[in-house]
Design a protein. Sequence first.
Length: 368
Amino acid sequence: MLTLLIATSNNKYTIVNLFKILALTIFTRYITKSSGFVLSSLRRPKPPPFVLLHRNRICFKMSGQIIDGKAISIKILNEIKEEVEILKENNNKIPGLAVILVGSRKDSQTYVRMKKKACNDCGLFSLGFDYPDTVSQNEILENIYDLNRNPEIHGILVQLPLPSHLDESFILNAICKEKDVDGLHPLNTASLCSTSTHFGAEKVDWTNFRSLPFHIACTPQGCIELLDRYEVKIESKRAVVIGRSNLVGLPVAMLLMHRNATVTIVHSKTPNPESVVKEADIVIAAVGKAGIVKADWLKPGCVVIDVGINSVDDPSKKRGYRLVGDVDFENAKEVASLITPVPGGVGPLTIAMLMRNTVDSCRHSLQN
Ligand code: NAP
């Protein structure tokens, strides 16, 4: 965020200076346009700067505010820690998460380590199962059936992707829907895609996901959590989701629709995606292609949530690569009013939502 605090409201000389700067900027732009003379600093497309009144100060906003997913996730994990302590004290219950990892993919191992650490930090109980690449499908299924019956386990997560000899959807469907804290079981997906106003006796309140009697996938839930925590109005807005996977694109589009946004999904067969994205007040990118969303695809002032995680070669880094999102962040932040970085945007929220789903699953098990 590049926000310039110009003056306090009781400093009349600085306010006079502010108007001088504004007049000079307008004059320079006029001269630049009419004479064809281009100053390099004026070349980049910028959103119209707008003035905010904030606690007796005039703030001159020059570019997009960066959404701090890390800070929000720390806050949520602290909230969860408090909830776990209350569950322990009042019900003598500790929420438990089982994490199944197959094979030796470095990225999967890292994600599993982060998930177990988050359990530890929040006071949840975690059980890890690490299988070699050669494990049979039956062995994993037997374990899942045992975990489905285990009263100490409230959530079961199978780290994806699985090796190709395993049937991913068969394995995910074996997890009972109550313990499917990743929200990928077809019954949980079906509930998400329903526009019923009631589930059984319970009225659906889409403003409070925690009240719902089913699990919502963690990353899509994290995207909405970021919008909520930054007080982005969703209702009545135009939202465009780029990507339609079961894991991210489809569920996040459903969540936006349930929050009364008008939603369009863009996918690999959409002609002229840039013209569709240009109409969006809220853009969610979940493609998996580095920098595919350009700054000139965006409507000035829109809010951008970048889910993509892509590694690009970078010899300046010790490991030889760096992670980037689907959005051309450096240029897009000059156009958007709010934008997530990669890393440090949606990623941390995914883990926080997993912890929250596990705690909710534990609470539901106490009620039933
Ligand atoms: P996926 O299953 O590969 O789906 C990608 C989607 O993008 C598909 O729907 C595909 O359309 C669409 N697409 C591909 N090329 C396109 C193009 N040129 N224009 C428009 N749409 C295009 O991927 P995913 O699992 O949804 O993940 C997407 C990204 O999010 C990946 O980078 C992944 O690593 C990241 N991710 C991050 C988190 C996190 O915690 N931050 C969690 C999950 C995933 P078709 O359906 O037409 O093929």
